[in-house]
Design a protein around this ligand. Structure first.
Ligand SMILES: Cc1cc2nc3c(=O)[nH]c(=O)nc-3n(C[C@H](O)[C@H](O)[C@H](O)COP(=O)(O)O)c2cc1C
Length: 222
């Protein structure tokens, strides 16, 4: 047994992780992957908050709707769930080389709360697609708003190529090497989140517009 395995099994502090699939489709491959992540997290001592993405449904973003401090219920729910957990994991389809519009829409709405809820939250991104790319391009597009909002997006993303053929009937990844890679990636992420929880980093400020001149009218620094 490697030292790290011993450490994981014997000393892990409980972590709460929000997991959701960004596909609305019945029989979604991304929902299958998200559910597999749930079982790996629980097997490794984590506590999962599994969300159905319909809980985060929002009208198309329109600044005119923001009068009287309005935030749609879906954005309020996403904010609440992000803040109630130590980290979040999104398994997202790729549509035309990018993330689903639905997902970007709720991120935009949720970014309008102050304090801004994505700041300093840990995120892991994964995708599944019937294509050879596994939806990986879409994850790069998803990193952009999350990193802009100050989330710590885990460097290693997991994309399941030819996903329509990749699962066993029980919902595991049939290829043993790939299956181990998936689990190792999740456990590495959990190790990082656990370490960050107990040894918080010194970064304190979130700045929305880097390079902006200090000006009370446009200040977006927390
Ligand atoms: C509008 C649209 C665009 C798509 N674009 C891509 C794409 O750029 N890359 C890709 O790998 N798959 C693409 N797909 C295929 C999806 O990956 C596939 O439908 C997948 O099963 C969706 O995820 P889900 O099973 O979780 O719903 C696209 C599908 C749709 C409907």
């Amino acid at each position: 047994m490697f030292m790290s395995e011993q450490y994981n099994n014997e000393h892990r502090e409980p972590l709460r992780i929000l997991v959701f699939s960004a596909s609305l489709r019945n029989d979604s491959l991304n929902t299958r992957l998200a559910k597999l992540a749930v079982s790996v997290i629980e097997k490794n001592g984590g506590i999962v908050d599994f969300a159905n993405v319909t809980e985060f449904d929002c009208p198309s973003f329109n600044q005119d709707l923001e009068m009287d401090n309005f935030h749609p219920a879906g954005a309020r729910e996403l904010r609440k769930r992000i803040l109630a957990n130590d980290a979040f994991i999104i398994s997202s389809p790729e549509y035309n080389g990018s993330m689903p519009g639905f997902l970007k829409n709720v991120i935009d709405w949720a970014s309008r709360f102050r304090p801004q809820p994505f700041h300093e939250r840990h995120a892991l991104l994964m995708s599944a697609s019937p294509s050879m790319g596994g939806g990986n391009h879409g994850l790069w597009s998803l990193r952009i708003p999350l990193e802009k909002l100050g989330s710590n997006v885990f460097s290693a993303m997991f994309s399941l190529a030819t996903a329509h053929k990749a699962f066993t009937p029980e919902g595991n990844i049939s290829d043993a090497t790939l299956s181990k890679r998936f689990e190792d990636n999740l456990v590495s992420f959990m190790d990082l989140v656990e370490a960050a929880k107990h040894y918080p980093c010194m970064k304190k400020a979130w700045v929305e517009f880097l390079g902006e001149q200090p000006d009370p009218a446009t200040e977006r620094v927390e």
